[in-house]
Design a protein around this ligand. Structure first.
Ligand code: GUN
Length: 297
């Protein structure tokens, strides 16, 4: 029997606005009580266009909610030692609550060496192995911003995840792997049965057709097509690829990992691109920075 459901939008812009409004009130309260205001320090290396955009959005969001932010820029050819010195300085600066180093870093720098040098108590990206370990064990910690944002979005829209089959496409340390852990955790949202698909998975379509929830995080524009999705699926699209489009003022169009126009009519819920996961990632980063500040207040 053909079942046509009414599709609804998981509006990340709206949910992020609610979270940011709450944070703004809480920060104003801290200020009124003469307490410390959250301070995020962001490090950007080089001039990668997408990274520039993301970091600018993070700094702007800090301003919106009343946080202090510091943007520290380095040339593309910076030596690892110089970055490590700056991180050490930020680690010991009592005013700084959160440190983020925007990834990817240039090839001559080891992401691992840089991430490991950040004080886990200021690692608001949740990438330090100590924080990843705590997350896996279900202990309180900083959850990486994108998976944290996705969980907050599912929570905001009260999506029923318990006992559902979630297929996560992608196994990156930034999104797919931590999200697979979170969706499978004994939490709400959570309690899913999780399948993590990746570049070596055979027959991804077969897994997707069994999914109640699909999270696409592989960075391949319009990878998930309508024939891969059963009626009523919840879809979260993490993809955000810049596609050249001379008709746009910016010179590009943003494309998700899901072919939205043809997939959306089959879904119960779906995130748009842009305006879905992106704003939630920033809201989650702000929440982590606020949490870090409270731990010091
Ligand atoms: N690059 C892509 N996503 C992220 C993120 O969440 N944090 C950092 N630091 N870099 C990224």
């Amino acid at each position: 029997m053909l079942y046509l459901c009414a599709m609804q939008i998981l509006d990340g812009k709206q949910a992020a606005h609610v979270i940011k409004s709450e944070l703004k009130i809480e920060v104003a309260q801290l200020a009124a009580e003469g307490k410390k205001i959250p301070h995020l320090a962001a490090i950007l290396v080089g001039t990668n266009g997408a990274s520039e955009t993301y970091v600018a959005a993070k700094v702007k969001a800090c301003e919106e909610v009343g946080f202090i932010s510091t943007l520290i820029r380095f040339e593309q050819d910076v030596h690892t030692g110089k970055l490590l010195d700056k991180i050490q300085e930020l680690n010991t600066d009592p005013d700084v609550d959160g440190i983020l180093v925007q990834l990817p870093l240039p090839k001559h720098i080891s992401d691992e060496e840089i991430i490991n040098s950040i004080d886990p108590d200021k690692d608001v990206d949740g990438f330090h192995p100590v924080n990843v370990g705590k997350m896996v064990q279900g202990l309180p910690t900083f959850i990486p911003a994108t998976p944290h944002g996705i969980m907050l979005l599912l929570e905001h829209y009260k999506i029923d995840t318990k006992g559902k089959h979630a297929v996560v496409i992608g196994r990156s340390n930034i999104v797919g792997r931590p999200l697979s852990i979170l969706l499978g955790s004994n939490t709400n949202p959570g309690n899913c049965t999780v399948t993590t698909c990746h570049s070596q998975t055979k027959n991804i379509k077969d897994f997707c057709l069994q999914a109640d929830i699909i999270v696409a995080a592989i960075g391949k524009p319009e990878f998930v097509t309508a024939d891969m999705v059963k009626e009523g699926t919840v879809i979260v699209d993490v993809g955000i690829t810049r596609d050249v489009d001379p008709t746009k003022k910016s010179g590009y169009k943003l494309k998700g990992d899901v072919a939205f126009d043809t997939v959306a009519p089959k879904c119960s819920w779906i995130t748009p691109v842009p305006g879905g996961v992106g704003p939630m990632t920033i809201a989650a980063l702000l929440k982590n920075t606020y949490k870090s500040c409270l731990q010091k207040n």
